[in-house]
Design a protein around this ligand. Structure first.
Ligand SMILES: [Zn+2]
Length: 381
């Protein structure tokens, strides 16, 4: 499924190719998040124009609304939302443990109440794989337990034990035609747990591996530590995916640590508050300073918003709550993420990634606002 084309000489960065039933994905890749069968505020034509190769969908949310019967009748998620390229679906484990009111964790899954209407539901490995089979995603994720980053050691250990057991059950379930399945490594920042979980999953021979339990509100150094503790145990010839991450600078840091795939609600989420993300950091476009600023959001950017509109105009739209304003900032932010990955791939192919990486980090000023939004976003995906 994954072809490792090149490994960077100075860092652990990798150039690769992921083959799926709906096409080939070049890695490193950013996957825009379409939790509810829509990447917020963007339509498929815009996503294709900005170079999207694969998007994310979500088992928990789509199972609750519109429900499996509707998606089955539509002929699967690709047809339902008219998206022809690959889709990866999250298993719902993250949402069950972060959004729902849990009634009981059982051997084969979790009894919980829907976060929408409180109705009793059950989701476990069997159910999660069945839902993803009906959704027809190209990559399905195993059902895992994702504890909070500050969970006590005993809880982290139990979560790893359940994650391993549930991964095995997921592995035994039937799959959709051509569907790949990724394992998810948990274990917080505990070196022994990360190793145990990674080794157990690799022994089950999944098509790729995700590093979970990151982007759950932890400080950045802990997130990097969790990645560094896991990566050495993942097979070089398979794809690695860091779930729910991150800011542009964090993605670069993770690529340099050997991660291939990313997803994050950040670009569209902060856009709705009028925050524009650029290669030098983020800024709030609603500020009075942009009232008569007739430059684009980011000079040199090739996105539709930057080619057609000024900061002054977009600021006005945002301040009078015109939908076009937040749509255009979503276009710019998402385009930035996708173009950044394209530039990373170009530099990896040319052997200049280490310089590109160093320069990008030196120029990027992390904004507290965006880092806080990333923390808050950890429940949204
Ligand atoms: Zn732009």
């Amino acid at each position: 499924m994954f072809e490792l084309l090149k490994t960077d000489f100075h860092t652990k960065a990798r150039l690769g190719k992921l083959s799926t039933a709906h096409g080939v994905v070049e890695t490193p890749v950013f996957m825009p998040v379409g939790t509810q069968a829509s990447v917020k505020a963007l339509d498929p034509r815009e996503l294709l124009e900005m170079g999207t190769q694969i998007i994310l969908g979500n088992t928990y949310h789509l199972n609750i609304r519109p429900g499996l019967d509707i998606i089955r009748a539509a002929g699967g998620l690709h047809r339902f939302m008219n998206w022809q390229l690959p889709i990866l679906t999250d298993s719902g484990g993250f949402q069950v443990f972060s959004l729902a009111k849990i009634r009981k964790i059982k051997t084969h899954g979790v009894e919980f109440n829907s976060h929408i209407d409180g109705s009793p539901l059950f989701l476990g490995p069997k159910e999660a794989m069945e839902i993803q089979r009906v959704l027809g995603s190209d990559i399905a994720m195993v059902f895992d337990e994702c504890p909070p980053h500050d969970a006590p050691a005993r809880e982290q250990k139990l979560a790893v034990e359940r994650t391993i057991r549930w991964a095995r059950e997921c592995r035994e379930q039937p799959r959709g035609e051509g569907q790949h399945v990724f394992g998810i490594v948990q274990g917080g920042t505990n070196a022994a747990l990360r190793e145990e979980c990674a080794k157990a999953l690799v022994a089950m021979d999944f098509d790729g591996y995700a590093i979970g339990g990151v982007s759950v509100g932890e400080p950045e150094p802990e997130m990097l530590k969790a990645i560094e503790l896991t990566e050495p145990f993942l097979p070089a010839h398979q794809a690695r995916y860091a779930m729910g991450l991150g800011t542009p600078a964090q993605m670069l840091e993770l690529i340099a640590r050997g991660v291939d795939m990313f997803d994050c609600v950040l670009p569209t989420r902060v856009a709705r508050n009028g925050t524009a993300i650029t290669r030098r950091g983020a800024y709030g476009l609603k500020g009075g300073g942009y009232k008569a600023d007739f430059r684009p959001i980011e000079e040199g950017c090739e996105c539709f918003a930057c080619k057609h509109f000024t900061r002054a105009y977009l600021r006005h739209l945002l301040n009078v709550n015109e939908i076009l304003g937040l749509r255009m900032v979503s276009v710019h932010n998402s385009h930035l993420y996708l173009k950044l990955m394209a530039d990373v791939r170009t530099n990896l192919a040319a052997g200049t990634f280490a310089d590109f990486y160093r320069e990008f980090i030196a120029n990027y000023v992390p904004s507290k606002k965006v880092l806080d939004a990333r923390k808050a976003a950890s429940t949204e995906r």
